[in-house]
Ligand binder design. Structure first.
Ligand code: PMP
Length: 361
């Protein structure tokens, strides 16, 4: 665990020295039983993180690569995008840049689109897929993916693609239980591995759709991942050093911390932030949590404040790196990324410094 962390960017997050050290191992050839054994145990350990029985594919690339795989292999013509912030919008634009026609449902900043609105939009819309961001890293909103998926299921053929880039490993993710068709994520967020690996878990339905699609591309073709993952290999030369890091971290998560404890720790870190901001506000400081109560992500908190840039500079002077604001609340907020291997005590210490900074503004 990172006891006295000072790097609270919402990805990449701080990485434990043991995980960094794992990357110092000499190279191994990727077509060997040694690599297959690494892939086997790592993919097995990723299963519960994604709530997926089927293989979780590992892509050498950032989270965006896994999003593009989901779009290329899982959508046909018309996509409904739920937009709770900047990353929901990116998913929408990605579908457009791949030639799909996209309709958006946009929430107020800090709020979520209601299932009723989604049902209404889906009715008669001819959508073959819906995109939604689980943890919207820009506003700190957590979507109720189970509820969104239940509404989408009312339609005969609307697959659900979920961006869990800033939630997997820090919030409960459940591809099978939610009944969604793709869940994508990345290494540098709540899993606390350096950036450079992306993950995608998919349903049988999405696989069937991919089989019927002609232009899935090459690097991000789901069917190639299916074929190679079945043999515990990667279609291309993987980022071997990052796989060493992932292997070390997944073993630690499974055997040392435990996934349940990990999720509870993330919830406690988020609660520490919300409680502190509520107290400061009650004491007259002009701050508030962007995300509404009941829809807050356990991995990131966006905080509204009068002069967020100054807050960041002052925190930096104390050695703390926080995240800047991002659209749609770019100018009037900053963010604390409390994900990965940070401790509740570490977050509380950061909050003590933040309180002093805010009072001195
Ligand atoms: N979606 C969300 C919710 C994210 O937070 C991010 C990264 N900040 C991305 C997608 C893009 O991921 P990457 O930068 O790894 O491509």
């Amino acid at each position: 665990m990172i006891e006295a962390g000072k790097f609270f960017v919402p990805g990449p997050t701080e990485v434990r020295p043991e995980v960094l050290d794992a990357m110092r191992r000499p190279m191994i050839f990727h077509r060997t039983p040694e690599m297959e054994a690494l892939m086997e145990r790592t993919m097995r350990r990723l299963g519960p993180v994604f709530g997926a029985q089927r293989p979780v594919h590992i892509i050498s690339g950032s989270g965006t690569a896994a999003m593009e795989l989901a779009v290329r292999s899982g959508t046909l013509r018309r996509v409904l995008s739920i937009v709770h912030g900047d990353f929901g919008e990116r998913f929408a634009r990605m579908a457009e840049s791949n030639g799909r026609s996209v309709a958006r449902l946009v929430s107020e900043p800090g709020a979520v689109v209601t299932p009723d609105r989604i049902r209404e939009a889906l009715r008669g819309g001819g959508f073959d897929a819906l995109t939604v961001t689980h943890s919207e890293t820009s506003t700190g909103v957590l979507a109720d993916v189970a509820a969104v998926a239940a509404v989408a299921r009312e339609q005969p053929d609307c697959l659900v693609l979920v961006d869990a880039v800033s939630s997997a490993g820090g919030a409960a993710v459940a591809l099978d239980a939610w009944g969604v068709d793709a869940v994508v994520s990345a290494s540098q967020k709540a899993l606390a591995v350096p950036p450079g690996l992306a993950f995608v878990a998919t349903s049988e339905r999405l696989l069937e759709r991919a089989r019927a699609l002609e232009s899935r591309g090459t690097y991000l073709d789901l069917l190639r991942y299916e074929e190679f993952s079945a043999r515990r290999q990667s279609p291309t030369t993987p980022a071997v050093s990052l796989l060493f890091a992932l292997d070390a971290q997944m073993a630690w998560i499974e055997q040392e911390e435990g996934l349940t404890a990990r999720l509870a720790r993330h919830a406690a870190m988020a609660a520490a932030c919300a409680t502190a901001v509520a107290r400061w506000r009650a004491e007259g400081l002009p701050v508030s949590v962007v995300a509404g109560e009941g829809v807050r992500s356990p991995t990131v908190t966006a905080i509204r404040a009068p002069d967020p840039r100054r807050v960041l500079t002052q925190m930096l002077a104390q050695g703390y790196t926080l995240g800047g604001g991002q659209a749609p609340v770019a100018a009037d907020s900053f963010r604390i990324g409390h994900m990965g291997d940070h401790t509740v005590r570490g977050v509380e210490k950061a909050l003590e410094t933040l309180e002093r900074v805010l009072r001195a503004l």
